[in-house]
Write a protein that binds this ligand. Structure first.
Ligand SMILES: [Zn+2]
Length: 493
């Protein structure tokens, strides 16, 4: 592995709108914070795309030699239904509907989140802190923001004073919005809100008597505002300023804008140097939304129990599908796209298995290994461009196939280099792996039916038919095995 300095990594910074050379604050150490899920429901496929994208970033930074501290939080309190810091707490609402404790909601959906991400072969972050585990730190931050003069208390709640903040800084700089325009576009709430200005956001909310999730504070019983937890946890584990802050594009405003305001109000600096936002996942060309039915859960893709896909697809194929688009592009999920991905994935895996049994010769013909390897790194160094990387990996697979067909040749040295590079990128960086060949129940029922028909034919002494069934199945990779008692089958590797 070459030293980090020899590789120039560019990251698209949402804050500047430019691809910038990546220079971490502490030489070979990288601090990365990614906003995690609010655990009040089964994890959304679009969220999975976000976490898979950051998994790639985490893996690649590690691969090129950085020591990464990856912090991804779990929001288990304080995330209200709307962005104006109003409405019901999402977890408390779910607890009310399901008639269980809020912490049962948290437990149920945190387990689902971890299970699903593990199926997608994402690596766990270095630290996964929870909002409820950092109430003390959040109360401390509220005090500091009040002391700095950027917040005010009303009836047991504390709000961030956006207008005051905007006098000395610029609220909206990350998302390119102007506070004047925001104010202009806000409809009057005719004094319904206790906030001084509709853009102000809650740092601490007073808990109404029926609110279960509550903690004592200087301002009475209450709970923290959603934006505050990320400032509390990112500063605790990564410092006032760290390298990369990430999340889905929908978090850019207001969530990340509020995080910047909080950090600047207390520490006088923006929390992160590079802001990375992943784009949306659509389904059949339309926005995914539960309300319109244009929605699919990861588990429904894996089981095939859905109205959208013609059959089940594995988590790794789904992961491969997501990596075939750049993380900043909108990606459309559809049956046809998944079928194409499945084909591509098995071609890639087949290439890797052929690689293991290739003969070498004195000369490499028709492939420049060093140049190819550099192109793979160039793709990832260009803002983690996985689709270009995958296209390069397929160039190597094509070469491997040509050697296997006797149309080309490779030296042992070159073959070893191709093998190592492919392994590094396919397994370590892209996080793909060969899947156990599983037979779904549709196929299993069909094979069993053919075995029965073959047995009938054998009883009738119609060996032409029984042999035909056996031979045709073998051609498809399904091998029948006869014993004295029964006929079983196995899949050809
Ligand atoms: Zn956050």
């Amino acid at each position: 592995m070459s030293p980090i300095a020899e590789r120039q990594l560019y990251i698209y910074n949402s804050s500047s709108g430019l691809k910038e050379i990546f220079n971490p604050i502490n030489n070979n150490k990288v601090g990365m914070y990614v906003c995690g899920p609010t655990v009040y429901n089964y994890v959304h496929l679009g969220n999975c795309r976000t976490f898979i994208s950051f998994d790639i970033i985490y893996r690649y930074l590690t691969h090129i030699g950085y020591k990464v501290r990856y912090v991804r939080n779990i929001t288990d309190a304080g995330h209200l239904e709307n962005d104006a810091s109003e409405g019901e707490d999402r977890i408390a609402k779910k607890a009310r509907i399901e008639e269980i404790e809020p912490m049962e909601v948290v437990q149920k959906y945190t387990v689902d989140f971890h299970r699903t991400l593990a199926k997608f072969n994402t690596m766990p972050p270095s630290i996964e802190p929870t909002a409820t585990g950092h109430i003390v730190e959040q109360i401390e931050l509220v005090k500091q923001i009040l002391d700095a003069g950027f917040a005010y208390e009303v009836e047991g709640s504390v709000y961030f004073d956006v207008l005051k903040f905007n006098e000395s800084s610029k609220y909206g700089k990350l998302s390119g919005r102007k506070l004047e325009d925001m104010i202009h576009n806000t409809r009057e709430t005719s004094g319904q809100s206790e906030k001084r200005n509709p853009q102000d956001f809650a740092l601490w909310k007073k808990a109404q008597p029926e609110h279960i999730m509550r903690w004592p504070s200087h301002w009475g019983d209450g709970f923290p505002g959603w934006h505050l937890e990320c400032t509390a946890m990112s500063t605790k584990y990564l410092g006032k300023k760290f390298d990369i802050h990430g999340g889905g594009i929908d978090l850019k405003f207001p969530h990340h804008e509020c995080e910047i305001a909080q950090n600047e109000a207390i520490f006088n600096c923006c929390p992160a140097n590079y802001w990375v936002h992943t784009n949306m996942l659509t389904l059949n060309g339309k926005k995914m939304a539960k309300s319109t039915g244009n929605n699919i859960l990861p588990e429904e893709i894996f089981s095939g129990e859905n109205e959208i896909m013609e059959r089940p697809f594995s988590p790794i194929v789904t992961r491969f599908f997501m990596l075939q688009a750049h993380y900043r592009s909108v990606l459309d999920f559809s049956n046809d796209a998944m079928l194409a991905s499945e084909k591509g994935f098995s071609k890639l895996m087949h290439g890797l298995s052929v690689l293991e049994s290739l003969d070498t010769s004195k000369e490499t013909i028709g492939f420049d290994v060093a140049k190819w390897k550099q192109k793979c790194y160039d793709a990832m160094n260009d803002d983690f461009n996985t689709p270009i990387l995958i296209a390069n990996l397929f160039d190597a697979v094509k070469f491997v196939q040509n050697i296997n067909d006797g149309r080309s040749s490779v030296t042992k040295e070159d073959l070893d280099e191709i093998r190592l590079t492919l392994h590094n990128f396919v397994h370590d960086v892209l996080g793909l792996k060969q899947e156990e060949q599983k037979v779904d129940h549709y196929l299993e029922n069909s094979i069993n039916l053919l075995i029965e028909l073959r047995n009938d034919a054998r009883i009738r002494k119609d060996f032409a038919t029984s042999d035909k069934i056996r031979d045709e199945l073998a051609k498809s990779g399904i091998l029948l095995q006869d014993s004295a008692q029964e006929t079983t089958y196995k899949l050809k590797k």
